[in-house]
Ligand binder design. Structure first.
Ligand SMILES: *[C@@H]1O[C@H](CO)[C@@H](O)[C@H](O)[C@H]1NC(C)=O
Ligand SMILES: *[C@@H]1O[C@H](CO)[C@@H](O)[C@H](O)[C@H]1NC(C)=O
Ligand SMILES: *[C@@H]1O[C@H](CO)[C@@H](O)[C@H](O)[C@H]1NC(C)=O
Ligand SMILES: *[C@@H]1O[C@H](CO)[C@@H](O)[C@H](O)[C@H]1NC(C)=O
Length: 223
């Protein structure tokens, strides 16, 4: 039996120097009245949450910023440093049985019609997975263990580039600033959690950090 939980987004922010002349970030504090390109199960709830999936089995939903964003200042320039943060919740009536999860994705196209749901997370399909022409970058929040993608457990955070076989992965959690100890987080607890994705264009390094909503951003990244 499979129970597919609703995946919800509460807020989203992106900071990238080329976005606006004054350097102000792209920021959604709730999604009411926003102009996102949504497909399939994605919808905005009356309270302004972005609901990606709604509990119906074998379904997927996407929400994209409607216009292309420029990650380079010029065509041959290097990808600039950027930072993203968002707040999400995965809610289910069946706490110990949920799948699969959600992903933050940067891609050259909004058309994911032929991507599969379930362990493909609406990103690829059996044929396309791993193709360098996919040109996608994703941070995946995954609540199921897919052996075919060598998942480490049923509650993990991963970085994907063109492929659901991850570049880096970790069990969900964070390093406490004071004790330095690792604190487990259960992605499908229904609690709101915040994710930070930071890319350093100089070092060409991506950091991913996750913490409960009430916590400050932990100093040490998860990945
Ligand atoms: C929504 O965004 C698209 C793409 O940028 C634009 O063409 C359209 O006019 C926008 N619609 C509204 C209502 O702002
Ligand atoms: C989206 O992709 C599908 C499958 O690759 C294709 O059949 C369809 O025409 C595309 N839709 C648009 C609007 O480009
Ligand atoms: C944290 O999660 C790991 C992996 O699932 C598990 O082995 C460990 O016992 C958990 N620790 C706590 C304190 O729950
Ligand atoms: C990523 O994390 C490392 C280790 O904490 C840190 O040195 C680096 O500055 C971080 N980079 C970004 C872009 O946050």
């Amino acid at each position: 039996m499979k129970f597919f939980p609703p995946c919800l987004l509460l807020s989203f922010g992106l900071h990238l120097a080329t976005l606006s002349a004054d350097g102000s970030p792209l920021l959604y504090l709730g999604f009411s009245g926003t102009n996102l390109s949504m497909d399939e199960t994605a919808t905005i709830t009356p309270s302004g949450l972005l609901e990606l999936t709604n509990g119906i089995v074998n379904r997927k939903g996407h929400a994209f910023y409607p216009a292309p964003l420029h990650f380079r200042k010029s065509h041959n320039g290097k990808v600039q440093s950027l930072s993203i943060s968002f707040v999400f919740g995965i809610r289910s009536s069946y706490l110990s049985m949920t799948q699969h999860g959600l992903a933050f994705v940067v891609a050259p196209s909004k058309n994911f019609t032929d991507a599969l749901a379930n362990q493909y997370l609406g990103l690829t399909n059996t044929v396309k997975n791993g193709n360098p022409k996919n040109h996608f970058f994703a941070v995946e929040l995954d609540t199921a263990l897919s052996i075919e993608f060598k998942d480490i457990d049923a509650n993990h955070v991963v970085i994907n580039i063109n492929d659901l076989n991850s570049i880096e992965s970790s069990s969900a959690g964070y390093y406490d600033d004071t004790s330095a100890s690792f604190q487990n987080l259960s992605l499908n607890s229904g609690e709101a959690m915040q994710v930070w994705v930071a890319y350093d264009g100089q070092a060409k390094q991506i950091n991913v950090t996750i913490a409960p909503l009430e916590k400050e951003k932990p100093v040490r990244p998860l990945i």
